[in-house]
Design a protein around this ligand. Structure first.
Ligand code: GLC
Length: 571
């Protein structure tokens, strides 16, 4: 097995870049939602064999590390985020033998693999929960049981508590009722979870993406929450809870152990602020290398699936705050799309200008400091889809949302816009490989409908095509391999108040150029003069990448609709 990044360069004299280089800071991650990626056993659900068949494609794209959404045994209420057995692969997705072959194949292509670690909750079908319902020891206190619920709300239901007839008590679930929260106060539970972590690391994986990891510690006694909180009622008692850092340090010592130096751990952290992100990535605890934050994802929506207006200057100020607060101590994952979010192209770009806006939004994201995550399909410009009837919904959150609306007397057409804008199903439609039936994803009817545009938006049509989103992503990813400034350079936001152009400067002491990243976020052309403190001569500027040929050169830029470019400004 040959892994390019095994040898870590630190305190490099030759490049003079920042001291704490790591493979994962230089990596572009690729997120695979296995059930929607590629089906090879003909059951309409993607599988491990399907991923293995596409390792060549991942290599072609140039990504460095794959994150797999959960593939463990699960009843599938939340598509695998309800785990019934942490050490078994779900039979619809494959088996351990296929998983080992996939890992080997990825490593043979210098691509690392991180697994999803869902340890805030299990499935209600997990043996622990079944035993807990019977109060069988040692499982009786593996979950939170109470004779009366408190007033906490769940993400996917109304109350965070459901009644269990067998135990004659209520159990806590911050997500669906089939996802009971584990009682982290119980040291035996924590030991079980650390064993699982070590078990997977021993199998040679390169790290974890940790699901909703900052809600594992709940306030002692589970007090009622403030019903006026803008977030879920009770969230002040479970987000970044009182023992979180203690648990994280324990997880680092007893779970990650000696692997912690080489692997990457990416923590999905609900409602986290930048200072806490610094705390959890080293200042106060050591389990996480980087955080997945959400603030930019909340820009276009209110609570409760209501959209709201947003402005580019607001997006800038959110990103700037995160970039600047985490400058010295923390690393961020950068994303505009994942399996929980509607497609970034539809939110931040414009489907009418698919090529240009998909590539512009990518340039914008990758232009920040952090590790970019590409979500399957993003690299070919997949967009949101339409749902003609509730029968097309698959996501537990969307289905529950619709059920509540129906109970309130609404018909589907009245809420269809909101569902089409926010449903997580938007991101989960099958990967579009070609223009054959089912987009080349499966020979049988897929578990979720294929998007209507697959005949034109697909990998086969874009591979090798000159002006394609896919080929642009390849160049953008390759740029990171070659350019330390884009990886490690300091971030400076230019023209923060400008409502149409997002302009970033990146600089690194050891480099003899700075990068200038320019993105036109609108369908209108415009003339823009980046506020640079130096006078530039034409020969000082080169184009590192642009989504149109021959972009205008600074100082005065004539920008086309959704045009973006990365310039090198030489000293
Ligand atoms: C995370 C996952 C999401 C899941 C939830 C509960 O936010 O990304 O898909 O529904 O946790 O596990």
């Amino acid at each position: 097995m040959l892994l390019r990044y095994r040898v870590l360069v630190s305190n490099s004299d030759t490049t003079g870049v920042v001291a704490d280089e790591n493979w994962w800071k230089e990596a572009v991650f690729y997120q695979i939602y296995p059930r929607s990626f590629n089906d090879t056993d003909g059951d309409g659900v993607g599988d491990l064999g399907g991923i293995r068949a596409k390792v060549d494609y991942l290599d072609y794209l140039g990504v460095d590390c794959v994150w797999l959404n959960p593939i463990y045994a699960s009843p599938g209420v939340d598509n695998g985020y309800d785990i019934a057995d942490y050490r078994t692969i779900d039979p619809t997705i494959g088996d351990m033998d296929q998983w080992e072959r996939l890992l080997e194949e990825l490593h043979n292509h210098d691509i690392r693999l991180i697994m999803d670690l869902v340890i805030n909750h299990t499935s209600d079908q997990h043996m622990w929960f079944q035993q807990s319902r019977d109060e069988t020891e040692p499982y009786a206190d593996y979950y939170y049981w109470q004779s009366e619920p408190n007033n906490w709300e769940s993400h996917f239901e109304d109350s965070a508590w459901s009644y269990d007839e067998k135990r004659e008590a209520y159990y806590l679930h911050l997500f669906a009722d089939a996802q009971p929260d584990l009682n982290w106060e119980n040291p035996t539970v924590r030991d079980e979870l650390y064993d699982i972590v070590s078990w997977w690391l021993e199998r040679g994986i390169d790290g974890f993406r940790m699901d909703v990891i900052n809600v594992i510690s709940k306030a002692h006694g589970l007090p009622d929450g403030d019903p006026e909180t803008p977030s879920l009622t009770g969230s002040e008692h479970f987000i970044n809870g009182p023992r979180m850092h203690e648990y994280f340090n324990e997880l680092a010592d007893d779970g990650l152990g000696s692997y912690n130096d080489d692997i990457v751990t990416v923590g999905e952290c609900a409602e986290i602020d930048p200072e806490t992100a610094v705390d959890v990535t080293g200042r106060k605890s050591n389990a996480l290398d980087m955080t997945i934050f959400f603030e930019h994802m909340g820009l276009d929506r209110n609570e409760g699936w209501e959209s709201c207006e947003w402005s580019l200057s607001e997006l800038k100020s959110i990103m700037q705050k995160w970039q600047e607060t985490t400058e010295d101590g923390a690393w961020l994952s950068l994303y505009h799309s994942n399996h929980d979010q509607p497609r970034g192209l539809s939110r931040f770009g414009d489907e009418e200008y698919r090529y240009r806006s998909a590539t512009m939004v990518a340039t914008w994201l990758h232009g920040h400091r952090g590790s970019p995550f590409v979500y399957q399909g993003e690299e070919i410009g997949m967009s949101n889809v339409s749902f003609e009837s509730p029968a097309q919904l698959r996501d537990v959150w969307a289905k529950n949302f619709w059920k509540r609306q129906e109970r309130a007397g609404k018909d589907f057409e009245q809420v269809r816009d909101r569902i089409e804008e926010f449903s997580r199903d938007n991101a989960r439609t099958p990967m579009q490989w070609n223009d054959e039936p089912n987009a080349g994803f499966s020979d049988s009817e897929p578990w979720i409908d294929v998007a209507d545009d697959y005949e034109t938006v697909n990998v086969a049509a874009q591979r090798g095509a000159e002006r394609s989103v896919l080929e642009y992503y390849r160049k953008l990813i390759r740029l990171r391999d070659e350019d330390d400034v884009i990886t490690y350079g300091d971030f400076e936001l230019l023209a923060p108040e400008h409502e149409q152009v997002y302009a970033i400067k990146r600089s690194l002491q050891s480099a003899d150029y700075t990068l200038l990243i320019i993105c036109n976020f609108a369908a209108e052309p415009l003339t823009f003069e980046p506020p640079l403190s130096v006078d530039l001569a034409a020969e000082d500027v080169t184009v590192a990448l642009g989504n149109e040929p021959d972009p205008a050169l600074p100082p005065i830029l004539e920008l086309r609709p959704y045009e973006s470019a990365i310039y090198r400004l030489h000293d």
